[in-house]
Ligand binder design. Structure first.
Ligand SMILES: [Zn+2]
Length: 136
C-alpha cells in the first residue's frame, strides 16, 4: 500500500485534534458554540449559523450508512493500488456526515443504505490512524 501518511497535509491546529483523537480510538470534530452543530473541519465560520466560536468535542462514532459508491478511477495517488474501492458517507448520530470506507474488506455495495455502523480506528503508521466503519 502506498504511504497514506505521506499524502496527508501537515498537522496544524485545524486537524491536529482530529488526528490525535483517532490515534486514541476516539472521533472528535469541531462543534459550534452558538448552534451546537458539528462540522467536518475546523473553519472560521459555522456553515449552519455563521458563528465564529467552536470547540472540539467527542462524538459517539455510531451512525448509519447514508450513501455509498465505488471509485474505479484514481482520485488519490495513495489509493492507486486499491482501485476499485468502496467509499461511504456515514451520517453520524450527531447529525454530521463523514466520508470514509468500510473496514475488513466488506463489499460496500452489499451493505444496505440505513445500516447501523460503528467507527473503526485503523492505524496506518505511527502517526496516522484512519477512520473507517463496520456494521454495528
Ligand atoms: Zn453554528
Amino acid at each position: 500500500m502506498a504511504d497514506i501518511a505521506a499524502l496527508l497535509p501537515p498537522a496544524d491546529e485545524t486537524n491536529r485534534p482530529y488526528r490525535e483523537a483517532l490515534k486514541d480510538g476516539r472521533l472528535c470534530l469541531p462543534r459550534c458554540d452558538a448552534c451546537g452543530e458539528f462540522r467536518l473541519r475546523a473553519s472560521r465560520y459555522c456553515p449552519s449559523c455563521g458563528g465564529t466560536s467552536s470547540r472540539w468535542e467527542e462524538l459517539s462514532g455510531s451512525g448509519r450508512l447514508w450513501g455509498r459508491c465505488v471509485f474505479h478511477q484514481v482520485y488519490f495517488e495513495a489509493f492507486r493500488d486499491r482501485v476499485p474501492y468502496g467509499v461511504v458517507i456515514v451520517e453520524l448520530e450527531e447529525g454530521v456526515r463523514v466520508f470514509s470506507n468500510l473496514a475488513d474488506g466488506i463489499d460496500t455495495m452489499q451493505v444496505p443504505i440505513g445500516t447501523a455502523l460503528a467507527a473503526v480506528y485503523e492505524p496506518v503508521s505511527d502517526e496516522v490512524t484512519l477512520l473507517r466503519f463496520r456494521p454495528a
